[in-house]
Design a protein around this ligand. Sequence first.
Ligand code: HEC
Ligand code: HEC
Length: 283
Amino acid sequence: MNFKAMTAIAVIATAPLAALAGPDEDKLVVNGEIEMVTKTAAPAHLSDALDEIYSGWRFRSDETQALQMDDFDNPAMVFVDQAQDAWDTVEGTEGKSCASCHDSVEESMAGVRAVYPKWNEEAGEVRTLAMQINDCRENKMGAEKWKYTGGQMAAMEALISVQSRGMPVNVAIDGPVKETWEKGKEIYYTRYGQLELSCANCHEQNYGNMIRADHLSQGQINGFPTYRLKNAKLNTAHARFKGCVRDTRAETFKPGSDEFVALELYVASRGNGLSVEGPSVRN
Ligand code: HEC
Ligand code: HEC
């Protein structure tokens, strides 16, 4: 990290850096049965940078952590129920619902969240879950697309994530996605904004430290979409990226842009091996 970036972090850090060092050792078991991997060996492509990877859950307070340990306490579950209704609702010119083609979400979507973003052969592009959902809405149902980071999209992502909870994140980084992955990696290490900070400056070099009274995590997305106590709604990964880039006082990329799709693929791959947790709870 350069001197300016270090100064920037020192300036915005309000608590002494030693106050809370590193992730905690708590274990995450959801509903007393789904055992989550919240700490594991870093994937091979990160071996020069990190030894271990951690879910953001490990950096939250005990109170916030508890909200994710039981679905009755998890405020995101209301939205999952709403998405279940949407799944069964006929919409658009084709007179179809998601269920018309995919039947039960439990069976058809098990394991899906764990491998997204992924390559779509027919379209010849890397697709996020949101892109795929909108493709089905527009081209299979003849329905309006949902707003990329909107409430309906976030809720549907949550419903689909629930079907993979506890499974290891396992996005592909080679083959046809390689170019997009490289682009995402470049964005991750680029310093943006007046503060000249990259994602890595905060989430790779300073995780475990305090910044603006917040305990910095590795910025993983295995828990997305995530219910934030701060805004009391479900948040998508691209909305979070946008907020983080803004915090460096930079112009941000748009949710759904090629840049954020590439960044999502790259960030997801940094979490390969952690459990899918979505929808998680964060502050
Ligand atoms: C007319 C049938 C049809 C409808 C209706 C439909 N889909 Fe699909 N969906 C498909 C087909 C076919 C595929 C796989 C082909 C492809 O990759 O494009 C697919 C793929 C998907 C995938 C990716 C699965 C994977 O393994 O990668 C998701 C997620 C998805 N649909 C979600 C939805 C949601 C959510 C809705 C309702 C809002 C919906 N679909 C409505 C036909 C449909
Ligand atoms: C100035 C430091 C800083 C920079 C630079 C930064 N972030 Fe963050 N980020 C934070 C803070 C603070 C949080 C909230 C605490 C936490 O979860 O780490 C956060 C949270 C996140 C989360 C949520 C993690 C979770 O488990 O819910 C993700 C994902 C994330 N950042 C990704 C990124 C990406 C990608 C970039 C680069 C585009 C980036 N951040 C740049 C400070 C930063």
